[in-house]
Design a protein around this ligand. Sequence first.
Ligand code: HEC
Ligand code: HEC
Length: 223
Amino acid sequence: MISMTRLQSLGLAVAVSFFAVSGAHAEGDKAAGRKLVYTCNGCHGVAGYTNAYPQYPVPRIAGQNAQYIINALHGYQSGDRTHPTMTAQAQSLSDKDIQDIAAYLSSLAPTVPPNTPEQDKKLQALGATEAGTKAKVCASCHGADGNSIDPQYPRLAGQYNTYLQQVLHEYKDGRRNNAIMKGMDASLSDKDIEQIADYFSSMPQALGKPNELSTLQGHIQGD
Ligand code: HEC
Ligand code: HEC
């Protein structure tokens, strides 16, 4: 017979180790992440900066969802995603670095200014097109306003239009490997891709968590 105290202390030990594990998983160290992203700013911190090869803008990552950032960096490490610079960047990072970077970046406020009334009008018009109807399917994961709440799905709102187009072509032809998105993309025509990218990139980035440290851009200019 196990005594009651023994049971209680067993229960406590399980609870403590559960907390230790989930705690280690949940949050990276934002301050450490902030130091690490210094090298990323040369490309990601510059608004509209286009990589020399390929000809599309470097994606916005400030305010992106944490688990998605983690998955993306592991994707570059494993080869599920290929890009010469990003593969090299990701290979230099440990798992802990990646957790810390994701914690920092996901805590940042969006860098895109809110929509003007004209931009909102354009967004409404796009919503009424055939592509707008097709984009309703995407909402179940990416959010009706393009700001996915589930941290494993990337936010699309406010992302560069031509970056989204590029990526949607890559899922379709297999250059970027993801089973879910390949299925989602399969029936989209080139015109659909153009319009859907236009639609999501026109959506305002929702304010996420309060800006706890600084924006990525502020980080460059501030220090
Ligand atoms: C020389 C320019 C450059 C540098 C430096 C750089 N990146 Fe990137 N990054 C890119 C480009 C270009 C892409 C898009 C690549 C692709 O098509 O997959 C990208 C993609 C990403 C993505 C995926 C974004 C998405 O929406 O899917 C993440 C996350 C990312 N970078 C994080 C980082 C981090 C963290 C660092 C610093 C440790 C860094 N990058 C340094 C150019 C750069
Ligand atoms: C069942 C959930 C689901 C649905 C529905 C879905 N997606 Fe995705 N989407 C994902 C996941 C998961 C990823 C991350 C995949 C990866 O790591 O490459 C993703 C990634 C993306 C990206 C890459 C973003 C970036 O920053 O690189 C784009 C663009 C995208 N989805 C657009 C769409 C569009 C457009 C639709 C509708 C036609 C759609 N998605 C429907 C789950 C979904």
